[in-house]
Design a protein around this ligand. Sequence first.
Ligand SMILES: Cc1ncc(COP(=O)(O)O)c(C=O)c1O
Length: 395
Amino acid sequence: MNVKEFCDNYYVERTGTDSLKWDALDTRYGNPDLISMWVADMEFKTPECVRNALEKRVKHGVYGYSFIPDSYYQAVINWEEKHHGYHLDKDWIRVTPGVVSALYWMVNMYTQKDDSVIIMTPVYYPFHNCVTDNNRTLVTYDMEYDKGIFTIDFDAFEKKIIDNNVKMYIMCSPHNPAGRVWKEEELEKMLEICQRHNVLVISDEIHQDLVFEGHKHIPAATVANGKYTNNLITAFASSKTFNLATCLTSTIVIENEELRNTWDEFTKIYNQVEVNLFGITAVEAALEGGEEWYNDIKKVIYSNYQLLVEGLKEFPKVYISPLEGTYLVFIDLRNHVSLDQIKEFTQNHCNLAVDYGEWFGASWKGFIRLNMGTHPNIVKKAMENIKENLLKITK
Ligand SMILES: Cc1ncc(COP(=O)(O)O)c(C=O)c1O
C-alpha cells in the first residue's frame, strides 16, 4: 500500500478512547485541544491478523489462566532471526509486562543501593527514573552534539565510568530521542569499554524494527559474533513496531546462565503474575502475519519525517536530527527561541503537545521531540504551525 492507502485504511481518531496521548492533554499540558505529538504510540490500527486473533480470543469468552505456548516463542525467534540475524535460544527468553518494568527490576536485581548506573543523554526519561527511583546514583554522559548530529566521545564515556565506579550501563539502541542507529563499531566500542570495567550492559532495543534506508539495526548480542553476551541483557518488544503498547508483553534475552539465575530468583519474589493472554495473542499474530503492515508503516513514518524536514528547510538553523531509526524526531529550536520561551512557543503559539528536551536530560532544554507515527495531515499541521510562528519571530 502507498502512504495514502495505508492512512485511509488504518488511521483512527483516538479522542474519547482513554488514550494517554489524546485524552490526558488537559491533565498533562493544561489544554485538551493541543495537537498531540508526544508519547510514543501511533494513530494506526494494528494489522488485521492481530485484530482477528484478538477477536477470536474475545469471542471464546473464557479468560482464565494461560501459559505461553511454544508457538509464541517460535514467532519471536523467527522474527529476530529473519530481521536482525540474531539467533535466540528459547531458554534465554523471559517475558515481561513492558520494557520499563524490566528496567526497574534489573536495576534492583543487578545493582546495590547507591551503586552508579550510567545512561547516555539525552535519553528516554524512564532510564533516569529507574535509577533514581531505586536509590542508585545516576551518572549521565552527554553525547557530543553538533547541528543535529549526535556522536559519542568514547574516552569521555569511559572516564565517566571509571570516575564513578559505574556498575551498569542502560543503552538505548536505536536511540530515543537522538534517532541514531548505532553502527557496529560504535556498539563494539561501548561494549568493550563496559566489559573492561565490569559494567553490565542492558541494551534496550525496543525500536529495533523501525530503522530506515541506509541503516541497519545490529543487536548488541551479535556484535563481534557474540563476544559480549556474558555481560549483556537485551530488551525488546513488538509494542512500538505494531502499536501494541497496552498489550504489555515484552521480551528480555539473557544468554548468560548466572545472570539468568539472578533474574529467575528475583522474579520469583517480585513477579508472581501469569501471562497476559491478550498480549501473547496479539504479539504472536503480529510477528507471524504483520510483515506487510510493518513495511507500510515504515513508509508512513519516513515520509512524515521528510514532510517535516522539507517544510522547515527555510530555517537552516532549526536542526532536525536525521531520522536513522525510531519514529521520534528531535528538533533543536535554540537558535530561534530562547530557553525560557520554549513552552510558550510550543504550546501556546504552535498548539503542540510534545516531549521537551529537558525531560531527556538537563542539558537539552530548547529541543522538542515530535512523534511521526501519525497521519501526515497531523504532521503537516504541526509543521505549518511551527513555520508560521518561527516566521513571526524571525521577522
Ligand atoms: C527506549 C524505550 N524503551 C522502552 C519504552 C517503553 O517500553 P514499555 O512500554 O514496554 O515499557 C519506550 C517507549 O517509548 C522507549 O522509547
